[in-house]
Design a protein around this ligand. Structure first.
Ligand SMILES: [Zn+2]
Length: 102
């Protein structure tokens, strides 16, 4: 249970950090500007940026369109070069195509 709570907190922090990166790459300087460009609630954007809340899929999609930063990147997901499946960028070793360690 504690592990699950810690994992959720780590994910919120990770999304917050990547959203800041998304803003940087898009040349967006403030969270108000991001909310305006994405056409979404400033409160929700602020909560996501401050690591208090994970964005809804709807908000994540709007942010992706406004910044050009994909939902996959926001969630730190990548693509396996072997099979094309979606993989965890933070833990590629757990994917079935990863070489088995002895
Ligand atoms: Zn694969």
């Amino acid at each position: 249970m504690t592990d699950q709570i810690n994992a959720e907190r780590a994910f919120r922090d990770s999304v917050s950090g990547r959203l800041k990166l998304a803003m940087q790459e898009a040349g967006i300087e403030t969270w108000q500007e991001l909310a305006d460009r994405a056409g979404c609630s400033r409160v929700h954007v602020f909560r996501v940026l401050s690591g208090r809340q994970v964005p809804s899929l709807h908000l994540a999609r709007k942010i992706a369109i406004a910044t050009g930063f994909s939902v996959d990147r926001l969630c730190h997901l990548g693509e396996c070069r072997e099979c094309g499946d979606t993989v965890d960028e933070e833990d590629r070793g757990s994917h079935h195509c990863a070489p088995r360690r002895k």
